[in-house]
Design a protein around this ligand. Structure first.
Ligand SMILES: Cc1cc2nc3c(=O)[nH]c(=O)nc-3n(C[C@H](O)[C@H](O)[C@H](O)COP(=O)(O)OP(=O)(O)OC[C@H]3O[C@@H](n4cnc5c(N)ncnc54)[C@H](O)[C@@H]3O)c2cc1C
Length: 470
């Protein structure tokens, strides 16, 4: 028998192989884009099964698209061309007991981030990755995209939180790199190679993740500023004064806040007046003895005296703190519900954030008068989600969508930044990478792909296109 669908079905059983209508839920991403019908969805329960799927697909010339929670924003976890095998690790979701003394935990790749947070709650430890999609995003997907999130300025990106990995390679062999140490310079940094590889170099099946002591104290504030330049100046001072206690520094504008208040039930806006720019600040400490409220209050008052801050409120309870974060985290959902949008995942050196947003506004306004910009993101690391909605009443972006993306990428690159800060390239940004990155860098990436996956078995046309092997 050589029908690959039948072979996969036999190998994995009814819980492990979905086809036809049962596969439909895996076809479209969070933005409802791009899905083409796959041959089916493989849902292995063990690393051995993953390896067998890889060997079987390789033998039949079928490509594999690894899929986590499918919340990635670059069409990297759905079948772009159709007829391929989507590999979902959702059944491989075991979370081990944390190693308290070492600050680490073993987690299977299909575990959902929020479940990991919950499992650690009673141990006095945290895994410090937080993002709006944490109720669905899986460890394998977070590693695949090298996710950043709202605490990256303090704890780093996913590559900084992964100590060890187990990966199934394109020939069906398994790399056991499940070490649990920060320091391991025995050769190339293989674990980092798979962080941000978007499923193109291997299937991550298990990881050892780095944990931190849970904060005992937190101080949070929602501040209103006269503009982004004031926020950047305020943020610079805050970094100097709050140092290692600063764990969140998130900015957004009034257009984005309007989308959230119009479309999402967030419990209203906690300040008496709106303004042009907002900052969510969070300080956290594992020690009970650090006067975080005093530090934050002093900086808030100083900001007001200098005219950098117009108004603000310090969270008086965990519920109020959660309310501030909800306003920030619902920004993508608010804009999604507003209608069509263009997402741009930019990073620039933090000192250039205001300059980027100002120049980008002029540039986009010239290309599409009336376009509505909703810049928001992570002030501490310069990551700007520069998302656009069409002018009021316009159905979409017409012919200019591509031009806007190229112009913004060039602007960010010209400021020593990136056009793919934390979401990756996926299928949607390969052309931008070709247009923006030098030939040497592109050749290095193609060489890596060629070395690890010469037959383009894993996620073809993500990061490196098949016709760009050189
Ligand atoms: C509301 C919202 C807010 C978000 N906020 C942030 C944010 O603040 N910061 C941020 O970085 N991202 C953010 N994202 C993007 C997204 O959540 C992240 O990219 C996340 O890491 C994707 O995880 P996932 O499990 O959904 O992966 P998927 O979307 O399923 O997959 C992402 C990539 O990883 C690959 N992959 C999946 N599993 C594996 C595996 N086991 N082995 C190898 N490759 C694999 C896929 O092939 C794909 O290339 C946000 C998304 C949404 C919808």
């Amino acid at each position: 028998m050589s029908d690959p669908a039948q072979l996969l079905s036999n190998l994995l059983g009814p819980r492990g192989w979905l086809a036809g209508g049962d596969a439909a839920a895996h076809m479209r991403d969070w933005l409802d884009r791009c899905g083409a019908p796959p041959l089916g969805v493989a849902r292995p329960a063990t690393t051995r099964e993953v390896a067998e799927i890889v060997r079987l697909c390789a033998a039949h010339g079928l490509a594999i698209v690894p899929q986590g929670g499918n919340t990635g924003l670059c069409c990297a976890a759905i079948d772009g061309q159709g007829g391929n095998v989507i590999l979902s690790l959702a059944r491989m979701n075991r979370i081990g007991q944390p190693d308290q003394a070492s600050g680490s935990v073993e987690v299977e790749a299909g575990a959902v981030l929020a479940a990991l947070h919950e499992s650690l709650a009673s141990h006095g430890l945290i895994f410090p990755m937080h993002l709006g999609a944490e109720g669905s995003a899986q460890i394998g997907g977070l590693i695949g995209t090298n996710a950043g999130g709202s605490h990256a300025l303090r704890y780093g990106m996913m590559q900084d939180l992964v100590l060890g990995l187990e990966v199934v390679l394109a020939d069906g062999t398994v790399w056991d790199g499940m070490r649990a140490v920060q320091k391991d310079n025995a050769g190339y940094q293989l674990r980092r190679l798979f962080c941000g590889a978007e499923g193109t170099l291997g299937i991550v099946t298990c990881a050892v993740l780095r944990l931190y002591p849970a904060p005992r104290r937190r101080a949070s504030a929602l501040l209103v500023a006269p503009g982004l330049d004031a926020l950047v100046e305020f943020g610079t001072r805050l970094r100097a004064e709050a140092g290692e206690f600063l764990s969140g520094l998130e900015f957004f504008g009034d257009t984005g806040l309007g989308f959230v208040l119009d479309h999402v039930d967030v419990g209203g806006f906690p300040l008496s007046a709106r303004g042009p720019a907002y900052l969510l600040v969070e300080l956290a400490s594992a020690s009970d003895h650090v006067p975080l409220d005093d530090i934050l209050l002093a900086q808030f008052e100083h900001g007001v005296e200098c005219g950098l801050i117009l108004d603000g409120v310090l969270a008086a309870s965990d519920a109020q703190r959660a309310h501030f974060w909800k306003l920030r985290e619902e920004l993508p959902e608010g804009q999604r519900l507003e209608g069509p949008q263009l997402k741009h995942d930019i990073s620039v050196p933090p000192g250039r954030i205001a300059a980027f947003v100002s120049e980008a506004g002029e540039l986009c306004g010239r290309l599409l008068p009336g376009v509505r910009a909703n810049p928001f993101g992570h002030l501490g690391d310069g990551n700007i989600h520069y998302n656009l909605s069409p002018p009021p009443g316009a159905p979409d972006f017409g012919e200019v969508a591509g031009k806007i993306g190229t112009a913004l990428a060039a602007l960010a690159t010209g400021m020593s930044g990136s056009f793919a800060a934390e979401h990756g390239l996926g299928r949607t940004k390969i052309a931008l990478a070709d247009a923006t990155r030098g030939a040497v860098e592109r050749r290095l990436m193609a060489t890596l792909k060629q070395a690890l996956d010469p037959a383009f078995l894993f996620n073809p046309d993500v990061i490196v296109a098949r016709n760009a092997k050189e």
